[in-house]
Design a protein around this ligand. Structure first.
Ligand SMILES: CC(C)[C@H](C(=O)O)[C@@H](O)C(=O)O
Ligand code: SF4
Length: 468
C-alpha cells in the first residue's frame, strides 16, 4: 500500500486522520489552522459556551474583521460608519469572544487586519501541507499553498473551536492541467473563469481539485490564490496547488512561519503528487488560447471571452440569466454600459491585482458616469500600495480608494451597487442581488475591470496594454 503513488491531496489528508472513515461514519480530521470572521462565528462561540467548553487550541485559531466593516474612516468622534446595527453587533461580538477565549484578533487598529483569505497567507499562518478551515466558502484560496483548505458551516465552526477536529468524508480527486503559456493581458482570473466555464456550476461537486501544468507553474502566488479561490464556484470542496520555490520565497520572512525555515521548506517541497498518482477525474485545458473573460450571466460559470458576443440562451436557465442581466443573446460585449467598477475581494484584492489595474489606469481617467471603488484586501496590501503610489494612480483616475474589507463583493457593509446598475467586479460571485438588490454583476480580472472603468463599457484590457 505504502509505495503506491499518491496524490498531493491524499498525502495531506492521510497525515491528518485522527480516526478513519467507515461506511457509517466520516473520518475525523485534525485541523491545523482555524480562521474566524465576524459573520459565521457568533453562534459557534455561543454554542461552545452553552456547553461550558473552551477553545481547544486558541494558538491555532485566528480571527479578523472583514465582511461587515465599513470601508470609510471613522468620524471625528472616532465612530465607525456601520451600515446596520447588526453589522456593528457582529464586530463587537467577535471582539468580545476572541478576548474571552484568548484568540488572536486582527481587529480595528491592527496593521494586519484584512479579508480572512488575504490575511491568512500574508501572515504566514497558511503553510504548505496544513488543513485549514474557516466558516467561509472561499477558504479554498489557501489551497494555493498546498493545503487542504475548505469552508465549513457555523455548527462545524463550533466543533472545531471545541475539538480542533472535524468530521469529514473524503472527497474524490480531480486533476486539472493547464498547458501552454498565457497570452499577454490574460491573468489567473481568466484561467479560473475558463476552468469554471468548462466544469460548469456544480461540475466540481464532491471533488478536491488539484491544479497543475505549465500555466499554473508560471502564475505568481497571487494568481494561484485567485484560481484556488474560485474552486468553490465550480462546486468543488477545495482546490490545491503543489508548493514550489515560488511558494517558499513568497512565505519567507512572514510573521508566523516556522523559525527553522529552511528545514520546513525542505519538507514542504516534498508535497506533490507522485508520478502515476491516480485521480478520479482528469481534465486538460489549453492555456495558450485563454482570452480575457467576463461573465454574462448570474453564476460564475456563465462566462465567455470578451471578444465573443453574448451567447444566445440555450435553455431556460440561461434565458433567465440574460433577462436579469439585460443582455441580448448575440450582443457584442462592449455594448453594455458600465455604471460601477469594483476592484478588491479575496479573489483579486492583493498587490499583484492592484498593480495590474494601476498599469492600465496610470495617466488615464475613468469614463464619465462610472463609479469606481478600489478596496485593498488587507491593511498590509493598503500600506504596500500606498508606498508604491498606487492609491494616487487610482484617485487621480477618479476612483475611490477605501479601507480594507469585503466591501462590494457581498455588499454587507454599506458599499453596494444600485438597483439595475451594471458592475464589473473582480470578486467571485455574480448571483442575482449579490452586490445589492437588483445589481447586475459581471465578473472579470483586475485588468479588465480597470479597462472597463476607463472605457465606460466592458473592454478587453489588451486595448490599453497595447497602446500603453
Ligand atoms: C458571509 C460568508 C458566510 C460567505 C461565504 O461563506 O462565502 C461570504 O464570504 C461569501 O463570499 O458569500
Ligand atoms: S471578499 Fe467576498 S468572497 Fe471573499 S470572504 Fe469576503 S464576501 Fe466572501
Amino acid at each position: 500500500m505504502s509505495d503506491q503513488p499518491k496524490s498531493l491531496f491524499d498525502k495531506v489528508w492521510e497525515k491528518h486522520i485522527v480516526e478513519d472513515e467507515s461506511a457509517d461514519r466520516p473520518a475525523v480530521l485534525y485541523i491545523d489552522l482555524h480562521l474566524v470572521h465576524e459573520v459565521t462565528s457568533p453562534q459557534a462561540f455561543s454554542a461552545i459556551e452553552e456547553r461550558g467548553l473552551k477553545v481547544r487550541r486558541p494558538d491555532r485559531t485566528f480571527a479578523t474583521l472583514d465582511h461587515s466593516t465599513p470601508t470609510l474612516p471613522p468620524n471625528e468622534k472616532g465612530e465607525r460608519p456601520y451600515f446596520t446595527a447588526d453589522a456593528k453587533n457582529q464586530v463587537e461580538t467577535l471582539e468580545r469572544n476572541t478576548k474571552n477565549h484568548g484568540v488572536k484578533l486582527f481587529g480595528w487598529g491592527s496593521e494586519n487586519r484584512g479579508v480572512v483569505h488575504v490575511m491568512g497567507p500574508e501572515m504566514g499562518l497558511t503553510q504548505p501541507g496544513m488543513t485549514v478551515v474557516c466558516g467561509d466558502s472561499h477558504t479554498s484560496t489557501h489551497g494555493a499553498f498546498g493545503c487542504i483548505a475548505f469552508g465549513i458551516g457555523t455548527s462545524e465552526v463550533g466543533h472545531v473551536l471545541a475539538t480542533q477536529c472535524l468530521a469529514q468524508r473524503k472527497p474524490k480527486t480531480m486533476r486539472i492541467t493547464v498547458t501552454g503559456e498565457l497570452q499577454a493581458g490574460v491573468s489567473g482570473k481568466d484561467v479560473a473563469l475558463t476552468i469554471i466555464n468548462r466544469l460548469g456550476f456544480g461540475g466540481g461537486t464532491g471533488y478536491a481539485l488539484e491544479y497543475c501544468g505549465p500555466v499554473i507553474d508560471a502564475l505568481d502566488m497571487e494568481g494561484r490564490m485567485t484560481v484556488c479561490n474560485l474552486s468553490i464556484e465550480a462546486g468543488a470542496r477545495c482546490g490545491m496547488i503543489a508548493p514550489d520555490q515560488k511558494t517558499i520565497e513568497w512565505l519567507r520572512g512572514r510573521a508566523y512561519v516556522p523559525s527553522d525555515y529552511e528545514a520546513a521548506a525542505t519538507e514542504w517541497l516534498k508535497l506533490k503528487s507522485d508520478d502515476g498518482a491516480v485521480f478520479d477525474d482528469e481534465i486538460t485545458i489549453d492555456g495558450s488560447v485563454i482570452e480575457p473573460m467576463a461573465t454574462w450571466g448570474t453564476t460564475p460559470d456563465q462566462g465567455a471571452p470578451i471578444s465573443q458576443a453574448v451567447p444566445v440562451a440555450s435553455n431556460e436557465n440561461e434565458a433567465k440569466a440574460l433577462k436579469y442581466m439585460h443582455f441580448g443573446g448575440g450582443d457584442a460585449r462592449g455594448l453594455a454600459k458600465v455604471d460601477v467598477v469594483f476592484i478588491g475581494s479575496c479573489t483579486n484584492g492583493r498587490m499583484a491585482d492592484l498593480r495590474a489595474a494601476a498599469e492600465i489606469m496610470k495617466g488615464r481617467h475613468i469614463a464619465e458616469g462610472v463609479r469606481m471603488l478600489v478596496v485593498p484586501g488587507s491593511e498590509q496590501v493598503r500600506a504596500e500600495a500606498v508606498a508604491e503610489g498606487l492609491d494616487k494612480i487610482f484617485t487621480d483616475a477618479g476612483a475611490e480608494w477605501r479601507l480594507p474589507g469585503c466591501s462590494m463583493c457581498i455588499a454587507m457593509n454599506g458599499d453596494f451597487v444600485q438597483p439595475g446598475q451594471l458592475a464589473v467586479s473582480t470578486s467571485n460571485r455574480n448571483f442575482e442581488g449579490r452586490q445589492g438588490p437588483g445589481a447586475r454583476t459581471v465578473l472579470a480580472s483586475p485588468a479588465t475591470a480597470a479597462a472597463s472603468a476607463i472605457a465606460g463599457h466592458i473592454t478587453d484590457p489588451r486595448t490599453y496594454l497595447q497602446s500603453a
